[in-house]
Design a protein. Structure first.
Length: 542
């Protein structure tokens, strides 16, 4: 009988909060592996037992041993790991392509998670390969090639966009769904001579002289993004509404929907077509001209607007159309003050022209007056007279007073029956559009930085916007899980939790490469109590 002993090892056991170690060795006898107990370590702290265990494994360094241990690399790990694991848990990789072990799919996840954590450009993200584990965790070793790992996969991802959005809709929209829809714009950098998307239009970014694109976003009732589309830069809100309703019904298979759109989505030109659609109800708001029209034809009266309660009125010509009249006093004061400030500014400009000593031609004076009114629609409040090179004007006080009377007044309109939705529910449903506005803020400015767009082909522009939406999809689910933390009432202002702070806290969990006795070992820093709490809420284990 021959025995061949191997090295000793320590097994750590826990019983009712007490720890002990069993010193054992393994040996081979007659071709079979057996174990023998050499002794037991009792009444020791867990840290001591772990140090003994590490010593038996050859992973300890003697104090004073020169050059025995050296940290040669350190990179961000926690935020990248958490984002990638959550993306996999949400099956975002499977939605992109069923064979999710393909490298281009992993690169897509790296792009989506990288934009959530770092924002910025794709070349900038590719250069973070030495500072972040986002690429390493996605299977990219060594150098990250921006062409291979970023740009080339965008073409594949764009071809999969409709399929991905169908998957998201299936997970987040029910057969009878309340759907939120709104549009925004984003400006472009450089020249786009061959683009069908780039155009000048109503610029919500206040970037004068820049071409832009228009972006339409569909969310479920809780604000989770489902679909995004890029339109030409001069596209009007109402021109996208019919298309989006058809997309929801045909592409995503939602037969009955309550479509919630902002002011201007449902107009007199498309309202009849929408109401004729089977299984479609709407909730929207009226513009100020539409409110004035209702006042002029006596459908509503000014006295019905009340800041303490909602007043409901039915359309006399279309009894199924409901108008929910509301008023906000603070908004009314703000609108009145803004109007008066603009009028005062225009008056100052007109006074300068009317007090000129030198007489100018009527044409030249008219051009100067036009410049004053160029950026506003306030010419209706002024009666202008130019004669013999002199300017005279007076204010239309009656019109100003009329418009002041509806400041702060707004009307939410719907064709959803009273049995399905009360007047209070109609107003609250419309207010859910703030979820889409929050999505646009995150996508455009506060976190994901979709703008400025630097891609030069229409397909790449569309894919860039799609990647930003997928990043927000991931962000939305993270915030949902982190709600207990984000909603905490913090006593100290400096400890108030925000999503940005949570990402920074996760970033400080680092991966370090350590050389111990000529052996390279990768070590993940131990999370502190705050980081443990964040990871627990996210359901992520390092």
């Amino acid at each position: 009988m021959s025995k061949k002993y191997n090295k000793y090892h320590l097994e750590i056991h826990e019983y009712r909060g007490n720890y002990s170690g069993i010193l054992r060795t393994s040996f081979r006898e007659d071709g079979k592996i057996k174990h023998a107990t050499a002794g037991r370590l009792s009444n020791c702290d867990l840290d001591i037992l772990r140090h003994v265990q590490a010593a038996l494994q050859g992973n300890t360094v003697m104090r004073g041993e020169d050059g025995a241990m050296q940290v040669v690399d350190s990179k961000e790990y926690g935020a990248s790991y958490a984002a990638i694991q959550l993306a996999k848990e949400l099956k975002l990789d499977v939605a992109i392509y069923s064979k999710n072990n393909l490298q281009w799919v992993k690169d897509c996840i790296a792009l989506i998670c990288g934009r959530l954590i770092y924002a910025g450009s794709k070349p900038g993200l590719s250069r973070r390969v030495k500072d972040s584990a986002v690429w390493e965790l996605s299977g990219v070793e060594g150098r990250c090639n921006v062409g291979k790992h970023c740009y080339s996969l965008m073409d594949k991802l764009f071809n999969r966009q409709k399929s991905v959005q169908r998957t998201l809709a299936k997970s987040n929209l029910e057969n009878k769904s309340l759907v939120l829809y709104d549009i925004t714009s984003s400006y472009l950098e450089g020249e786009y001579k061959n683009s069908d998307l780039a155009n000048f239009g109503y610029n919500r970014d206040k970037k004068k002289g820049y071409e832009q694109i228009v972006i339409g976003l569909i969310c479920n009732k809780d604000g989770c993004p489902v679909s995004i589309e890029v339109f030409e830069g001069n596209t009007k809100d109402s021109n996208t509404t019919i298309q989006k309703i058809n997309e929801i019904k045909t592409e995503y298979g939602v037969k009955e929907i309550i479509f919630v759109g902002d002011r201007g989505m449902i107009t007199q030109y498309n309202a009849d077509e929408i109401r004729d659609m089977e299984g479609v109800k709407t909730v929207s708001a009226l513009t100020h001209p539409q409110i004035r029209e209702l006042l002029s034809n006596k459908t509503i009266q000014l006295e019905l607007f009340d800041d303490s309660q909602i007043c409901e009125v039915s359309d006399t010509q279309n009894p199924h159309i409901r108008y929910c009249l509301c008023k906000n006093k603070s908004v009314a004061c703000r609108e009145t003050d803004t109007r008066n400030q603009i009028i005062d500014k225009i008056k100052a400009g007109l006074d300068r022209l009317s007090n000129l000593r030198a007489i100018r031609s009527d044409d030249k004076l008219g051009i100067n007056v036009g410049k004053i009114f160029a950026k506003t629609s306030f010419q209706k409040y002024f009666k202008i007279e130019i004669k013999n090179g002199r300017l005279k004007y007076e204010l239309n006080h009656e019109l100003i007073k009329t418009d002041e009377s509806i400041d702060g007044c707004y009307i939410i309109t719907s064709d959803v029956s009273k049995e399905v939705m009360s007047k209070d529910e109609v107003v609250e449903t419309y207010k859910r559009l703030q979820f889409v506005e929050a999505a646009f803020r995150a996508i455009k400015t506060t976190r994901l930085e979709v703008r400025p767009v630097n891609h030069k082909t229409d397909d790449r522009i569309k894919c860039h916007v799609f990647i930003c939406m997928l990043s927000y999809y991931l962000m939305w689910h993270m915030k949902k899980r982190l709600e207990p933390l984000l909603n905490e009432e913090n006593v100290k202002a400096e400890k108030k939790w925000t999503f940005d702070l949570i990402i920074e806290r996760l970033k400080s969990i680092r991966q370090q490469t350590v050389i111990i006795k000529n052996k390279k070992i990768k070590i993940i820093s131990t999370p502190d109590e705050e980081q443990k709490k964040i990871l627990k809420l996210l359901g992520i284990k390092l």
